[in-house]
Design a protein around this ligand. Structure first.
Ligand code: CA
Length: 373
């Protein structure tokens, strides 16, 4: 069987850096979607793919699970060496061609699909909280696709040494088309549309370009990466199917993101959702670190307004938050303002920056309204 490949990646419209990396060099095809600030995501996704390539040098065929574990250890070691990279991680969806088909190793929420006889089938399962909720009937697939916390992962490389890797072997038929992609595609372009593009666009490179373009036209909220493989009858000619590690072009400055509104109803929904998520997390015992370390809220500490990392709750007597910064603003003062009435329970923020903005806003609003009567 011969393979023809196409690949494309783009930083998208909102993000400043492209933290996705891909590999498209037979027999290895992969997408890795990095996460973590200060270049961390980009470093993690590249590091993993470079290690995968390295382990396959000179035609070696190492055990694929061991390959992923090895790459995972590299990310952990690198993060331990460099405090600026702490907390970095990456997804990995890795395909390796075999004699009669291919082997897949998968961790995270990048995806592999197969188009066979014009039918699109997903070959991987997202390791996300929302997917778990879909499987438990708590969310529909449509709700999951647009859920604000859909990218919270329950598994990723770079989190802990004890990594669970999904492995599978697939046969191939001439005419099969495989798509590997990051969630920057699937978060924007629906499966029906993906199927249509894969059916209509015969050239793999043109199909990859079209899919990336559609994600950008759909708002491009995230980095987007697409690798497409077409299986044809015939012998491999040995030439690399496409470019190797992606080279990310510098992009012009992106337009500013839409300011986030913070209506109270959203906080309530968010808290409710977090409650369910936390319960699932504790039951499953996975992913908690990724999740908690990336959440922030403003709440009360010894009667004063304070900044916390984590989520404002405890489970079985265990706090799911840590105090990051105290202020001398009394909670009772701030909670007089309707907007901050929920301070005692904690007001979630999407990021550290948002949480610090909220803290500043509270201080400013209090200065404006003056002391309590
Ligand atoms: Ca992503």
């Amino acid at each position: 069987m011969r393979v023809r490949a196409g690949a494309a990646t783009d930083v998208g419209v909102v993000r400043e850096q492209n933290e996705d990396s891909y590999l498209a060099s037979s027999p290895l095809f992969a997408v890795a979607d990095g996460m973590g600030g200060h270049q961390g995501g980009e470093v993690a996704s590249r590091l993993v793919l470079e290690r995968v390539e390295e382990l396959h040098r000179d035609g070696d065929r190492p055990d694929l699970a061991e390959t992923v574990h090895d790459a995972n250890r590299r990310v952990l070691e690198r993060a331990a060496d460099d405090s600026a990279l702490q907390g970095m991680g990456t997804t990995l969806t890795l395909l390796r061609m075999e004699d009669t088909g291919f082997r897949l190793a998968h961790v995270g929420d990048s995806r592999a699909y197969r188009l066979r006889d014009d039918e699109l089938e997903m070959l991987t399962e997202d390791h996300t909280l929302v997917n778990r909720m879909v499987r438990e009937g708590k969310l529909t697939e449509d709700e999951a696709r647009i859920h604000p916390h859909r990218s919270i992962l329950t598994r990723a490389l770079g989190v802990e040494s004890d990594l669970q890797v999904d492995l599978a072997v697939f046969d191939v038929e001439a005419g099969d088309r495989i798509l590997l992609c990051s969630d920057g595609l699937t978060g924007v372009v629906g499966d029906d549309r993906i199927e249509q593009v894969l059916r209509d666009e015969e050239d793999p490179q043109a199909a990859a370009d079209t899919l990336v373009q559609e994600a950008i036209e759909g708002g491009g909220p995230d980095n987007v990466t697409v690798v497409i493989l077409d299986f044809e009858d015939g012998e491999e000619d040995g030439a690399p199917a496409a470019a190797s590690l992606d080279a990310v072009e510098p992009e012009p400055p992106p337009p500013p993101a839409e300011p986030e509104e913070r209506p109270r109803r959203r906080w309530r929904r968010w808290l409710l959702w977090v409650g369910i998520a936390v319960l699932l997390l504790v039951l499953a015992g996975v992913g908690a670190r990724i999740y908690l370390n990336t959440q922030w809220f403003v709440g009360a500490h010894e009667g004063n307004v304070a900044l916390f990392r984590g989520i404002p709750t405890e489970v079985l007597g265990y706090d799911l938050f840590t105090l990051e910064e105290e202020t001398d603003v009394p909670v009772a003062e701030a909670a007089r303002l309707q907007l901050y009435a929920e301070l005692p329970e904690g007001i979630p923020a999407g990021s550290e920056e948002e949480a610090r903005d909220l803290l500043r806003q509270i201080e400013e609003d209090l200065e404006e309204t003056g002391p309590a009567p």
